[in-house]
Design a protein around this ligand. Structure first.
Ligand SMILES: O=P(O)(O)OC[C@H]1O[C@H](O[C@H]2O[C@H](CO)[C@@H](O)[C@H](O)[C@H]2O)[C@H](O)[C@@H](O)[C@@H]1O
Ligand SMILES: [Mg+2]
Length: 900
């Protein structure tokens, strides 16, 4: 019983698919819930968290997609009536009825009413509670009932999965299909974020599993502005070397998605290392290694100034349950029957999913080599190979693989078999669990030849079953395991092979079959303790997560800035009438590069700015540390509609005007010589550094110097300049690999203050500062301010102060989003210190966001937070309404057809 006085930690466990499947009856009013197959380790961990032992401390909620909802059968009456309709219209004969059935199955949109969804949810929960197959409370299904339900797997299975397994795939079209499947992938992740939003409580741990949900961590950061939110992600598949990972067109979005997590974990150290190197190369992150409280190595990586822990923990199996299941009377009989069928012969067993990475071909080739190299084994050994059809079934590549396997099996059996005996028994099917367990028990040897996998549960289960003294003399029988399986780093004392070397594998098989009892026992003694249990895995994961979270929470200034909610921004943008855009330039509109002269605007940026500026409701200002010459050359002359402010507020040029106004005209500039001389002194000491002399400000750059030397002299220079500048009213600022000096009384915040307290659309006069008397209806009702650097904080601070003033003055005029339309947004990580209210990670996200506003980018190009309906349409959108109507029509039609 759970002690109700003790506060249990809530965990929302997010899986790509619930452990149960739904089968609909003819009318959608009857349904069946059946256990799902696959992901057995993960589901065991979920079940363990639900156990009496764990539920004292944890309240688990399991959230996941329903998977494709199948029809139990095609209702014949529907088909008959449809066929009759067709006959009456003279459109179709009965000959293509079968093809039509198949199409109908595939395209059946499965429209379910709210009542039906509630009914199935209730049954799912009941099933979860009562089931002895993955017994789980608190199930929260994610419904995505669109036509062609396979669409939700497209990107994950056809793009991500191959890359994670070192398979390069080329798009057969111009990338259009991949784009569409990417949009579905984004939607899939959005649907999870939305569902989590319905059940989330402050302080929850959100534990996300595997590659269907790579965008979810960042989406959750966007959705919840909660410093206590803990997000952990576990990657169950391999993570490839950066050379493979970087071929993914969406590689950056994927890494950005994961950067929302506090912790990212992998099956083994190698995968974690690959991930860290992908982040280094693609996000320019830094990393350091440390040890966690269990003494295991972990990486602390810092990307965009934010920190996450990367580590590895191989998943395990439920050994106790497995042994209980494997040693029953029923299975004893099955084992005897198999033994009987292959009397006197050695039995090699394999069970693999039939896809290109499981190495079934390699295994068959090695077996063929064995029979050719060691004739003494002919007629003495049998290979029982079970190949489980892949979820990705039906693709050209898989069909070719099936053919290849069949050909090899036939060739081996023809060469080495006889009328009475076939050396290979190949079963291309899903087998029941008791048959699988009896095969593990009866095996003299198990061969796993995968050419790539994350973890191999068959290997762990085989070793566990062999650890148990059985009646059939198979205690401690050996395992041959591919070095390319993630599990080879755990079961180090298995007989490790390279599956591509069939001669070596054949020799290993021969050796394994000849091992003496003592040799097997020695191997078994070593390998058995190496099998991780699911209980250890779950407990270690959660206890080390506690540590990470405690550490993060003990940092007093931990602040997580939510990602900018782009769909909300878009909604407001569309409704606003007086929009003001305040953009920093370097690091915001363009990425930071080594040479300042090379940071010129991209064609995409110019086109987006052009589109934004063409709307008369918009006023756009670039407020930069750059000088007038640079801004004029690259922006002013091309886009005279832009307002420009140079040198951190020293100068400005109004929209549609060529004249610059110098706000520092009356300021004494005698400091420039002294500051310049000091900077020159440091330039001499720091090879690669240089001074950028602007009209007023001076900037010392050290990006191209040796990083350590540069940082050292930058801090020395800052100290010198601080002393020198006490005599003048100057600011000495530390920028991105630069130290900059300019008069104190001008800054970007001052410019912003003047721009907001201004009659929207009228000419600027920044020398006149008496603006606070304006009515709110004359000022902007939407202000998006973006900047990456320390100097941009002045802009954000000003907007926050103005908002505070407006809150007092115009408290009854707040908009439907509860504010006055200020969006101060930093460009950088979520954990960067800022007074901004939101963040975007980098200039690419900035352009994607602005592109969204001008209609260049689809809402699903990158993940934002949208409310989706149960079919994955944006709620209340045209497509959602159309789909509602179609649903009503379809339900009527189905009901009508069924009655007839
Ligand atoms: O206010 P901003 O528009 O962000 O300008 C700030 C400074 O940006 C430039 O320097 C920085 O960007 C360079 C190009 O990417 C990079 O090489 C340098 O290391 C950065 O510090 C510019 O050169 C400065 O004048 C601006 O003040
Ligand atoms: Mg900047």
């Amino acid at each position: 019983m759970v002690d109700s006085s003790h506060k249990r930690q809530r965990i929302i466990n997010c899986v790509a698919q619930l452990p149960y499947k739904i089968q609909l009856g003819d009318t959608n009013d009857e349904w069946k819930i059946i256990p799902a197959t696959g992901s057995s380790s993960l589901y065991s961990s979920i079940e363990y968290l639900n156990s009496e032992e764990k539920s004292k401390d944890y309240e688990q909620h399991v959230l996941g997609w329903t998977g494709e909802i199948a029809r139990e059968s095609m209702p014949s009456r529907v088909l008959n009536s449809r066929n009759r309709d067709k006959d009456e219209n003279g459109e179709k004969g009965k000959t293509d009825l079968h093809a039509e059935d198949e199409r109908e199955k595939e395209e059946d949109p499965l429209y379910l009413t709210g009542g039906q969804i509630d009914g199935i949810t209730k049954d799912l929960r009941k099933h979860g509670k009562d089931s002895d197959h993955y017994n789980v409370d608190n199930v929260h299904p994610v419904w995505l009932l669109r036509r062609d339900q396979k669409r939700w797997r497209g990107f994950a299975e056809n793009v991500l999965w191959p890359t994670f397994h070192y398979i390069l795939k080329f798009s057969s079209d111009s990338g259009e299909r991949e784009n569409l499947s990417w949009y579905d992938y984004v939607r899939f992740n959005e649907a999870y974020a939305m569902k989590i939003g319905e059940i989330y409580e402050k302080g929850d741990i959100i534990w996300i599993h595997d590659y269907y949900l790579l965008l979810l961590p960042q989406l959750l950061r966007m959705k919840f502005n909660d410093q206590d939110l803990t997000i952990a992600y576990f990657h169950h598949s391999p993570w490839p070397s950066n050379e493979y990972f970087r071929v993914l067109p969406r590689r950056k979005q994927i890494l950005d998605g994961l950067m929302g997590a506090d912790r990212v974990s992998f099956q083994n150290e190698g995968f974690a290392r690959h991930f860290v190197s992908s982040c280094k190369r693609l996000l320019d992150s830094t990393s350091r290694t440390s040890k966690n409280k269990l003494g295991m190595v972990q990486y602390e990586i810092s990307a965009y100034g934010g920190d996450i822990v990367v580590d590895s923990l191989p998943i395990g199996i439920n050994r106790v349950k497995l042994l209980g299941d494997a040693f029953t009377k029923n299975i004893d009989q099955k084992v005897l029957a198999i033994k009987d069928a292959f009397q006197g012969k050695k039995i090699i067993v394999g069970r693999d999913r039939l896809d290109s990475v499981r190495g079934v071909i390699q295994k068959l080739r090695a077996f063929e080599t064995l029979l050719s190299m060691y004739p003494e084994w002919r007629d003495q050994v049998v290979l029982i190979q079970v190949s489980v059809p892949s979820m990705k079934g039906g693709t050209g590549q898989l069909i070719r693989l099936e053919q290849q396997v069949n050909e090899l099996v036939t060739s081996i059996n023809t060469q080495y078999g006889s009328l009475n005996f076939s050396p290979v028994h190949h079963y291309y099917m899903r087998i029941p669990k008791d048959v699988y367990l009896s095969l593990l028990r009866v095996a003299d040897l198990c061969v796993i030849a995968s050419v790539r996998d994350g973890t191999n549960t068959t290997a762990l289960e085989y070793v566990t079953v062999k650890s148990h003294m059985s009646n059939y003399n198979c205690y401690g029988n050996p395992l041959i395991l591919s070095e390319f399986s993630g599990t080879s780093t755990i079961l180090k004392d298995a007989m490790i092979i390279n599956p591509w070397d069939s001669v070596a594998v054949a020799k290993s098989i021969n050796k394994a079959l000849n091992l003496s009892r003592e040799e097997k026992k020695t191997l078994e003694d070593k390998i058995w303790p190496q099998v991780p249990t699911i209980q250890e895995w779950t407990n270690q994961f959660l206890s080390t997560l506690d540590d990470i979270v405690d550490k993060a929470h003990s940092t007093t200034d931990r602040k997580v800035t939510p990602a900018l909610n782009r769909p909300a921004l878009l909604k407001h943008y569309r409704e606003a009438k007086r929009r003001l855009f305040l953009f920093d330039y370097d690091g915001t509109l363009t990425p930071i590069v080594r040479d300042p002269a090379a940071a010129i605007p991209s064609a995409r940026l110019i086109s987006i700015l052009q589109k934004l500026a063409s709307d008369p409701c918009n006023q756009i200002w670039i407020i930069s540390g750059r000088d007038q010459a640079f801004l004029n050359k690259w922006l002013g002359t091309r886009l005279p509609q832009l307002g420009l402010s140079a040198e951190h507020g020293c100068f400005y040029k109004d929209v549609d005007n060529e004249d610059w106004v110098n706000l520092t005209e009356k300021f004494d500039m005698s400091w420039q010589e002294k500051v310049g001389n000091t900077m020159e002194e440091f330039t001499r000491k720091t090879p690669g550094s240089f001074i950028e002399k602007k009209k007023v400000a001076l900037t010392w750059h050290y990006r191209r110097a040796d990083p350590e030397l540069g940082e050292f002299y930058a801090s020395e220079l800052k100290k010198e300049l601080d002393k020198l500048c006490t005599d003048y009213d100057l600011d000495v600022m530390e920028g991105k690999a630069n130290i900059e000096v300019r008069p104190k009384f001008v800054n970007k915040g001052e410019i912003v203050k003047r721009l907001v307290w201004h009659h929207h659309g009228r000419r600027q006069d920044m020398l006149n500062t008496k603006r606070e008397e304006l009515a709110i209806s004359e000022m902007p009702d939407f202000t998006l301010c973006l900047g990456d650097d320390f100097t941009d904080e002045d802009m954000f601070g000003q907007l926050n102060s103005i908002e505070a003033v407006w809150n007092k003055q115009y408290s009854d005029e707040v908009n439907q989003w509860g504010g006055f339309g200020f969006y101060p947004c930093t460009v950088g990580s979520a954990s960067k210190k800022t007074v901004a209210k939101a963040h975007l990670t980098d200039p690419q996200q900035v352009l994607d966001t602005l592109g969204l506003l001008v209609g260049d980018v689809s809402l699903f190009q990158s993940a934002g937070t949208v409310d989706l309906d149960s079919r994955g349409h944006v709620k209340h959108s045209d497509s959602s309404i159309r789909s509602e109507q179609a649903s009503a029509r379809y339900a009527m039609k189905r009901q009508h057809s069924y009655k007839n």
